[in-house]
Design a protein around this ligand. Sequence first.
Ligand code: DC
Length: 220
Amino acid sequence: MTQLAPVITIDGPTASGKGTVAHRVASALGFSVLDSGALYRLTALSILNQQIDPDDANAVAGAAQVLQVEFHQNGVRLAGQEVSELIRQEQVGNLASRIAPNPALRAALLDRQRAFRRFPGLVADGRDMGTIVFPDAKLKIFLVASAEARAQRRCNQLIEKGISANLADLLRDMRERDARDTRRAVAPLVPAQGAHTVDSSNLTIDQTVQAILDLWRASF
Ligand code: DC
């Protein structure tokens, strides 16, 4: 039987620090990274650009199927255009969350996500990495943090980038998005079977990364 490369999945709500933590864990182990949320954000950007109706499930899935995506060292290009900053905008993230329940869209992105699996290993971050995309992952993490801690982090990030931000608005958006991501019928945000829950509300990034690396070493 061909052996598949090992996978660590990191699922969790928006702004739980998944992205940063996934990159740090991957670099410590020499693994590749899949930022699955970026694929949903890229689809959202693509339908915005093409003025596709977000409620037209087939058209949205069609847009995902033909996405021309190139992940590179410092970001991502869509149809040759650098869009790393653009896809991080709240408007794009909110649209991504809105279209994400579409089963045809999720099916369209499935093989694209699995294609990231390669030796020596992959760290995949998202909402359904451990439940749907890589159910056979060797280590599954459910990374959580309180909505207040996440809103504060997002606020700091935006202010650092010189973008004005309002904590109360961010907290409200975050709660709405959590509710949508958790309650949707298809691939909801729930801990995978066998997942280890890591609460980063009171941990630094270094401590969170270390906790995951310790769990990885303990998994052998
Ligand atoms: O992780 P993120 O905030 O970049 O993800 C943006 C949206 O994409 C999120 O609100 C829900 C959706 N998403 C998803 O449904 N499944 C994933 N594996 C990753 C993201």
